[in-house]
Design a protein around this ligand. Structure first.
Ligand SMILES: Nc1ncnc2c1ncn2[C@@H]1O[C@H](COP(=O)(O)OP(=O)(O)OP(=O)(O)O)[C@@H](O)[C@H]1O
Ligand SMILES: [Mg+2]
Length: 238
């Protein structure tokens, strides 16, 4: 479903954030990407929906190359949850933020209304629909970002630190939500217990490369491997 080949990316200041990286992710699988601060995880996931375009190498989703020409198709297939929800929410009302994507697709107004209401209710945000997203709490913003992605019914969902602001109950809710989605899922997280609960496979990133990849529970229980990459065992194994 996702094929990354020889991908490299440098920021304008010269920082090489992705270095000759290759990775394949099977359709319907759930893959965690873990690694220290600055390893290149956000830079990588921002390539998966064309927010960044490859400087060198290629990224394909469902056989479609991520490039300028295919961006509309890629946006329809891939929902990306940014690390910072403020990058995702920009309208004056939460409701309008969630309706924005379907409106852009040119769907019928009545269908949009049903879709938006359903997703807002599912995420316990219906009561907050008239609030400016900027006035939501951090955790509410996180679920609001989810709503803007889920309403598009993507084939692939990519999440960058989705649990960062969640209380234990909402974290659990998110685990159940993600495990109930039968689509291809890519999760970047420092919350290795969350990765344990939601991912089948895990890739460790270090200095812009994937240095190890395998079944989640093998990788996440390998203390030496984790420590060599500035990570620690999930709390449940400590
Ligand atoms: N806009 C930018 N301009 C220049 N360098 C950047 C920019 N954004 C990120 N970088 C650099 O690119 C590298 C990778 O950053 P990235 O945000 O992808 O890391 P990350 O793995 O997501 O880290 P974190 O766990 O802290 O979110 C870092 O060295 C960072 O300093
Ligand atoms: Mg990041």
């Amino acid at each position: 479903m996702i094929a990354i080949e020889g991908l490299s990316f440098s920021y304008p200041d010269g920082t090489k954030a992705i270095d000759q990286m290759s990775l394949a992710i099977a359709e319907g699988s759930s893959v965690g990407i873990v690694g220290a601060n600055g390893a290149g995880k956000s830079t990588l996931v921002n390539h998966l929906n064309g927010f960044f375009l490859p400087m060198e190498g290629s990224v394909s989703i469902g056989g479609i190359r991520v490039n300028k020409k295919n961006l509309d198709q890629i946006h329809k297939m891939v929902g990306l949850l940014f690390q910072n929800p403020d990058d995702q929410l920009f309208m004056a009302r939460l409701y309008d933020d969630v309706a924005f994507g379907p409106e852009n697709l040119g769907m019928k107004a009545a269908d949009i209304a049903t879709l938006v209401e359903n997703v807002l209710r599912e995420l316990n945000l219906w009561e907050l629909r008239d609030k400016p997203p900027a006035h939501l709490s951090q955790g509410q913003k996180r679920f609001a970002s989810f709503a803007t992605v889920l309403v598009m019914n993507p084939e692939v969902i990519v999440m960058d630190e989705p649990t960062a602001d969640l209380d234990p109950k909402n974290r659990r809710k998110l685990i159940n939500l993600i495990n109930g989605l039968g689509i291809t899922k890519v999760t970047v997280s420092h919350d290795l217990d969350f990765v344990w609960d939601t991912c089948q496979r895990v890739c460790i990133m270090n200095k812009g490369r994937i240095v190890e990849e395998g079944p989640a529970r093998d990788i996440l229980s390998n203390r030496e491997l984790l420590e060599a990459n500035s990570l620690e065992l999930p709390l449940r194994l400590q």
